[in-house]
Design a protein around this ligand. Structure first.
Ligand code: GAP
Length: 444
């Protein structure tokens, strides 16, 4: 993990939030490359979950909602972690983090046994809306994006004119005052979720639960996490939310252990029923064929953007051996990111920066590629160093403009360039005019 955290900082993927003031625990900032990677993950999720389907529409709800939402959903009373304080080292710990030796619970930091009794600690961040800070102005930063979908269910149903089964998708920030944020971005206090609420008939809930599990596994495979690295945990009865009839956790083997990437849960009609009861507004669906009214059930695949990004970086990180400028073998750090989600798709290099014609041609190629993909121009340093810099940030393709491109060596090679593949390091000669189509097909 240390190598990954260091690469993320050094190359501008992820920085500690408020770093110059000592940071803020559990909060992270994405730098120039991190924001591209994150955006590519979200865009691909949106493409397969919304654009490529007839049965899903999107929405973008507000982060602050009426406090009544959190009362009705159960978050105000039950969205808690049991927490203890260690009286010896003053650490505040989740009870599941205590270590047990000879039947006695101990602090994992100092081994102390003088612990307070467990207390429920609500994970929602409380805030006040408006100028007065009293009981009537309290609300919370949302701890999940899902509730906005439930409370807008009727509006979206009416405007989209969808029939069951259909889904509403949303990507956005969520906030949890985690007791112990840790493992880099894995458990943060501010993070992003990609959630789908898929509404269906009660008798079809279990079928859609299995369907969405498979769809979600395919998603991770398509962005570069092989099926063999993904593990499906069937959450047992005692560990599921009381209203859920079935939940799967999709887990990934992070360097710090096997951990949840995404939950796929059959939430029954719990949420819509709660909001209907609390608001007094009907959230029923009218079936035109049977002329019946009922509250739909819901299956929810809920993924974390930050956890997906972290898994992708962990999966892509590798070291191999490659020759340096003088032909001596050296360690090469390479991020083998899937081209689809790589922050930069292609780097363009003039062989020498002091040859005007090479520079001019390389810049023309940047302009040619830019409408199709995120391109990076680099003229500084030896060409081998420039390749290494791109390998380390996962750029799948490198284009070099050399004297052959100018037709100086062989007129037949005029307007051709070398195209280098990050993973195999193989180079091929291709006509400049074919570059957009070759690259676009290899990226997708
Ligand atoms: N609406 C359902 C829901 O929020 P969850 O299992 O609590 O379910 C869903 O969260 C996903 O959100 C998790 O699988 C994880 O990817 C992400 N997530 C949850 N808490 C997180 C945290 N503290 N930091 C980063 N990601 C988190």
């Amino acid at each position: 993990m240390e190598k990954i955290v260091s690469l993320c900082k050094r190359r501008g993927f992820i920085f500690q939030s408020s770093e110059i003031y000592g940071g803020l625990n559990g909060c992270w900032d994405y730098g120039p490359l991190g924001v591209e990677l994150k955006r590519n993950v979200k865009n691909y999720w949106w493409r397969v979950m919304v654009h490529e389907r007839d049965d899903v529409v999107g929405m973008d709800g507000s982060i602050l909602m009426n406090r009544a939402v959190w009362k009705a959903s159960g978050h105000e009373d039950t969205f808690t972690d049991p927490m203890v304080d260690c009286r010896s080292c003053k650490a505040r710990l989740r009870t599941d983090q205590l270590v047990e030796k000879k039947g006695i619970k101990q602090c994992p930091n100092c081994g102390g046994k003088d612990l307070t009794a467990p207390r429920a600690f609500n994970l929602m961040f409380k805030t006040y809306v408006g100028a007065t800070e009293d009981e009537s102005s309290i609300t919370y930063l949302r701890p999940e994006t899902a509730q906005a979908i439930f409370v807008q269910f009727k509006n979206v149903l009416e405007v989209s004119r969808k029939k069951l089964p259909f889904g509403i998708a949303q990507v956005g920030k969520a906030f949890r005052n985690e007791i112990n944020p840790r493992n880099f971005t894995f458990r943060s206090r501010e993070f992003e979720q990609m959630e789908l609420e898929y509404f269906c008939r009660a008798e079809e809930g279990m079928k859609w639960l299995d369907y969405w599990l498979e769809e979600r596994l395919k998603f991770y495979e398509n962005i570069g996490i092989p099926r063999a690295q993904l593990h499906v945990k069937t959450v047992p009865d005692g560990e599921r939310a009381f209203y859920s009839k079935g939940t799967y956790d999709i887990e990934y083997d992070f360097p710090f252990g096997r951990q949840e990437l995404e939950g796929v849960a059959y939430r029954t009609d719990y949420d819509l029923s709660q909001h209907q009861k609390a608001s007094g507004k009907s959230l029923e669906y009218f079936d035109e064929e049977t002329k019946q009214k009922f509250i739909p059930h819901v299956v929810e695949p809920s993924a974390g953007v930050d956890r997906t990004v972290l898994a992708l970086i962990c999966e892509a990180y590798s070291e191999d051996e490659a020759p340096d400028e003088k032909g001596k073998m050296e360690t090469r750090v390479v991020l083998r990111l899937h081209p689809q989600i790589a922050p930069i798709k292609c780097a363009v290099f003039p062989l020498l920066k002091n040859k005007e014609l090479l520079v001019e041609k390389a810049k023309e190629i940047v302009d040619l590629l830019r409408p199709h993909m995120n391109v990076f121009y680099d003229e500084s340093g030896a060409i081998g160093r420039r390749y290494r810099r791109q390998d380390e940030i996962g750029t799948p393709f490198g284009v070099t403009v050399d004297f052959e491109t100018l037709g100086e060596k062989d007129p037949a090679l005029r307007d051709t360039v070398t195209l280098r593949d990050r993973d195999s390091m193989k180079q091929e000669r291709v006509p400049v005019k074919d570059l957009p189509s070759i690259l676009v097909s290899r990226i997708s």
